[in-house]
Design a protein around this ligand. Structure first.
Ligand code: HEC
Ligand code: HEC
Length: 254
């Protein structure tokens, strides 16, 4: 039997170290961080090294049915006249349902005077599949991000008609909620003065639209509300209460 040569021993040792290094690299950077199958090789390696890359937003939104819209600062201010002008041109495709002045005669939501960040977010949610509606999904398919911001600024700029304030004594649910049943007052989020960013203005929306959306949140067929804010609220309401708050907002002025 020949004793192994010192040189080949060194070679085997080097090879062993190399194999162990490769295996450790593969396990550390690829296999272990690979729990999320939507990530590519590069993203897995970045994550393993401690650099968290932005998730692939579209596929995640579509997969989970949840919203992940980050509203840019420009959506929170009044539009410039250029943005409003471009939005007005794009909005010619929308008038059939949302009305020439952003006020629908057909139970589609009124968009006139809606907060721009709400319009922008809803359009993105329709485009990414976080909120589903066959018509709206098709309408937004080809819009760019800039188009959606322009449309948001245009509709936010249009006035909402004032309605008679004396007819709008708000029901208790709207003003104070029902603490015994854990129902927060609608105005704590939807209030015009001290509401929360991202909660749409509801005043003057078509009654049927309000009822539809509250039912959709209650049943979970609409789930693009961040942190389930609306689903948690709507599932506590009875059908009669949904009718009551919808009557109030449909008849109320801003
Ligand atoms: C054929 C009718 C139709 C057309 C055309 C249409 N929409 Fe809509 N839109 C709807 C309906 C119906 C809804 C409510 C969907 C639902 O029930 O979730 C809606 C919802 C919306 C919402 C959500 C509003 C909210 O308060 O949550 C926005 C924003 C919107 N549309 C913008 C647009 C824009 C911008 C266009 C043009 C590019 C457009 N729509 C074209 C019917 C239409
Ligand atoms: C904790 C905050 C919160 C409370 C309380 C709350 N809402 Fe909301 N609501 C929201 C948010 C946020 C949205 C927007 C969800 C999204 O991102 O699409 C919303 C959306 C809605 C919509 C859909 C509007 C549209 O145009 O898409 C309706 C209708 C609505 N709320 C009605 C109510 C009513 C009625 C009450 C009281 C019974 C209420 N909400 C209480 C936060 C709240």
């Amino acid at each position: 039997m020949n004793a192994p040569q010192p040189r080949s021993l060194a070679g085997i040792a080097t090879l062993t170290v190399a194999v162990i290094a490769c295996a450790a690299f593969g396990i550390g950077f690829y296999v272990l961080p690979g729990t999320n199958p939507q990530l590519g090789l590069w993203q897995r390696m970045c994550r393993a090294a401690g650099f968290v890359t932005a998730p692939e937003r579209d596929s995640e939104a579509a997969a989970s049915g949840l919203t992940n819209v980050v509203v840019p600062r420009s959506a929170l201010r009044m539009g410039t006249s250029d943005e409003i002008g471009r939005g007005a041109t794009l909005a010619l495709r929308c008038t059939a349902c949302h009305g020439a002045q952003g006020l629908s005669g057909a139970n589609a939501p009124n968009l006139a005077g809606q907060y721009p960040e709400v319009i922008y977010k809803e359009l993105l949610d329709f485009q990414r599949g976080a909120r589903t509606d066959a018509v709206m999904g098709a309408m937004v398919a080809t819009l760019s991000d800039a188009d959606m911001l322009d449309l948001a600024h245009y509709y936010a700029f249009l006035p909402r008609p004032e309605k008679d304030r004396t007819t709008s004594m708000a029901p208790a649910l709207v003003r104070v909620g029902d603490p015994m049943r854990n129902i927060a007052p609608c105005i704590s989020c939807h209030g015009a003065k001290d509401g929360k960013t991202g909660a749409p203005a509801l005043e003057g929306e078509p009654n049927a639209y309000l009822v539809d959306q509250l039912n959709a949140f209650a049943h979970g067929s609409r789930k693009n509300d961040a942190n389930s804010a609306m689903r948690n609220e709507a599932r506590l309401l009875t059908a009669a209460e949904i009718g009551l708050v919808a009557d109030h907002y449909a008849g109320a002025s801003q």
